[in-house]
Design a binder for this molecule. Structure first.
Ligand code: ADP
Ligand code: ZN
Ligand code: ZN
Length: 712
């Protein structure tokens, strides 16, 4: 027997090699298992890609040394999917495979132990006249199996095992356990039933559900999943952020009990491995998780749901740079399953696709039981500056006090963490920058330190200007810490802050959300983390302190992102029986994204934005790919990106638009040089990009090819 083994021989390159299998290992060979093989003078790991009966080379083959797995870590579907990804995203096959498996199984990682529990099982009846043995046998009166640790007399136990009356068995134990009270599905409203039926009866395999915030999309998901599970099929539900999984998992666990595995980034490697094994062994039928859960190796997949499908976090930002929707579409095709995209604010691309009939479009325009959408108030901060209210507008201050009096809860969003986002010398004008990046350092008051939010460099806050030694240095800009301080000094309120700094420890997300939900706090203050998906019944006021922050980013999607953020944040308010208000502070009150968010007018926004996209030729009217070169050598990068640019211009005609080259700010001592290509012709673009990719293989400059980049 011979096998083709995929080996990663450098970071850029992978290749398959044919090995022979010694006869004693033959019965362990299966595609998708890992093997240890000799390569040069080294022993390395590889994946079995193909089994062959003869040696089609004309030299003698080396033998593999060991089969590492008792079952394939990649099933047939994943083997295929990896090939598709490698071609589509122009990256190595091994990198694609590695992105599908839990890190415990990845190459070059330390071994993660599987935990076992030891049980004693009764094999047959036996009458003993030894007291200690009788005591043990009595434990088996009502059961066949008990924990070994429940038996204290180990000597008597050994004796019974020797007599083949009892037997010791080991069972895998999973680290994550849940104990959530069961509950029933809510009865759907009429609107929900109609929506549910439309999705169920749709003859397309992809549906887009656009439902305003609080329209009960999650309940519809659960009904659809229940149907799928009843047919003995399986389902995956994806959410954009881990902060959202907590609430959602609890809602799902109430209904589906322990038939669920969860996969997200805050699990330990061990927990992740356990969850993955549950899935691989077909012990669960439903998987909930963030982006990478799309690779959950469920068999017999019936449904994939992507909630808040427009979110950037569904795009992987290192190799393989996949868009989760693309992978989902591949998987439903393979499994003959359905894909449901849900959102209050679908991406322009997805909505456009549903308008032309590629996806089926289903819409829910009202909240459950006709609850109103929150009233949105837009405050012009230019006016507030004149009134000397630079941070909290007069209206915001008034409303906060009003809600505190009524014992209703408040959420406040500011998209920057830390205390102030830059430190300025009043004498010489120096701004303290990170030593590795072209980025100003953020002051964190809790630790009295300056932190770089890009490379994590930390230094202590200086007393004098590092440039001119002046003592007059001031803190500029606002972040979550400063707002927290302000709220605490101004109001008699319990404030909890949720940002990267307060959620770095395990379980902290969950704790903050649960504590706020049980009203231990009056105000939840946070970054984007709190902007979407969360469902708190007692929140009636949501404030966005700097509604423009996403508008000021020079990107073709900045209006879309602003509209989306504001709509989502507003959607957190007034979700149960009390009416809610959302207050947005902005310097651009008349911008269409803000005016239309105020009216909750998605369609209006879509119509406006799609005109602009068409005029400027941006997606969905073309595709975009970014070609980047990364290097610490500025001169070299500059020369090389110009070569790339010239090559692109030579190879691509007028049907393509090449923007750039540009250079981004230095991050962690690395410069990023970039060209953007707008294209429609996929075949040609792949031909050109594959050539560039070949050229930069094993080069000291790193090439990044990024399809559908989230920032350009
Ligand atoms: P969405 O996902 O669209 O934002 P949710 O599914 O979270 O909306 O529903 C919003 C709120 O309405 C939740 O608190 C949910 O429990 C409640 N809800 C949804 N459907 C129903 C229903 N049919 N009957 C009663 N309450 C419902
Ligand atoms: Zn100075
Ligand atoms: Zn830095």
């Amino acid at each position: 027997m011979y096998i083709d083994v995929l080996l990663q021989i450098s970071a850029f390159d992978d290749k398959t090699f044919l090995y022979s299998v010694p006869s004693n290992l033959e019965d362990q060979i299966e595609v998708g298992k890992r093997v240890k093989v000799p390569f040069g003078k080294k022993e390395i790991m590889g994946i079995i890609i193909c089994i062959k009966t003869n040696n089609d080379t004309n030299y003698e083959l080396k033998q593999i040394l060991e089969v590492m797995d008792s079952f394939p870590i990649l099933n047939e579907e994943m083997i295929e999917l990896g090939k598709y990804m490698s071609d589509t995203y122009i990256c190595s096959l091994m990198t694609c495979y590695q992105s599908m498996i839990p890190s415990a199984l990845k190459f070059n990682t330390k071994n993660i132990n599987i935990k076992y529990k030891t049980y004693i099982e009764k094999l047959k009846d036996y009458t003993s006249n030894v007291k200690s043995e009788i005591n043990i046998l009595n434990l088996f009166n009502n059961t066949n199996k008990i924990l070994k640790s429940d038996i204290s007399n180990k000597k008597a136990l050994s004796k019974l095992i020797e007599l083949e009356v009892l037997k010791e068995i080991k069972e895998e134990e999973y680290r994550l356990d849940s104990n959530i009270d069961a509950c029933n599905l809510k009865e759907l409203t009429k609107d929900q039933i109609n929506t549910y039926n439309s999705i169920k009866d749709s003859n397309k395999n992809i549906c887009l559900l656009r439902g305003v915030t609080g329209s009960g999309k999650t309940e519809i998901y659960m009904y659809l999943i229940k149907d799928v599970l009843e047919k003995n099929k399986t389902a995956i539900v994806l959410v954009p952020e881990i902060s959202l999984t907590t609430q959602l998992i609890n809602r799902f666990k109430c209904i589906f009990g322990d038939d669920i595995a969860v996969l997200h980034s805050s699990l330990s490697d061990g927990e992740r491995y356990d969850e993955w094994r549950k899935i691989r062994k077909n012990e669960v039928k439903l998987v909930i998780g963030t982006r990478s859960a799309i690779f959950a190796p469920l068999s017999n997949l019936g449904l994939i749901i992507i909630d808040e499908e427009q979110e950037d976090s569904y795009k992987q930002e290192n190799n393989p740079r996949y868009k989760t929707i693309d992978i989902a579409i591949k998987r439903i095709e393979y499994n003959n399953a359905k894909l449901l995209l849900g959102s209050a604010t679908p991406s322009l691309e997805s909505y456009a696709r549903s308008k032309v009939g590629i996806y089926d479009l289903v819409e829910l325009n009202k909240r459950v039981n006709d609850k109103c959408l929150p009233k949105v108030i837009v405050v012009d901060m230019k006016e507030e500056m004149k009134k000397r209210n630079p941070i909290l507008s007069g209206e915001a201050s008034y409303l906060i006090q009003d809600r505190l009096n009524k014992k209703e809860q408040i959420m406040i969003l500011i998209n920057r963490r830390g205390y102030s986002n830059y430190v300025l010398c009043d004498e010489c004008g120096e701004v303290i920058n990170c030593k590795n990046c072209d980025i100003s350092l953020t002051y964190h008051k809790n630790s009295n330190s300056l932190k770089c939010h890009y490379c994590n460099h930390i230094e202590t806050m200086p007393n004098i200007c590092p440039n001119c030694k002046s003592k007059h240095i001031s803190l500029k800009g606002i972040g979550t810490e400063k707002i927290e301080e302000l709220l605490n000094s101004k109001y008699n309120a319990k404030v909890i802050r949720m940002d990267k700094d307060t959620t770095s420890t395990k379980g902290s997300h969950e704790r903050i959300i649960n504590d706020f939900n049980s009203c231990k706090y009056d105000i939840l203050l946070g970054t984007q983390m709190i902007s979407k998906g969360l469902d708190f019944y007692n929140v009636t006021l949501v404030i966005v302190l700097n509604g423009d922050s996403s508008l000021n980013i020079p990107d073709y999607r900045s209006a879309e992102k602003t509209f989306e953020l504001l709509t989502q944040v507003a959607g957190r308010s007034g979700r149960s029986n009390k009416e809610g208000i959302a207050l947005i502070q902005t310097y651009n009150p008349n911008h269409y994204s803000i005016e239309l968010a105020k009216k909750h007018d998605y369609i209006g926004f879509y119509n406006e934005e799609i005109k602009i996209r068409k005029k400027l030729n941006y997606p969905p009217f073309c595709f975009i790919v970014a070609v980047r070169l990364l290097t610490n050598d500025y001169e070299l990068g500059n020369i090389e990106i110009n070569k790339v640019n010239n090559y692109l211009k030579k190879k691509l005609d007028n049907n393509f638009t090449i923007l750039g080259p540009t250079i981004s700010l230095k991050i962690n001592n690395i410069y990023k040089f970039q060209c953007i290509i707008k294209y429609k012709d996929k075949e040609k673009i792949y031909e050109v990009l594959n050539n560039i990719n070949k050229h930069y293989k094993n080069n000291k400059i790193k090439l990044e090819i990024d399809f559908n980049p989230i920032k350009i």
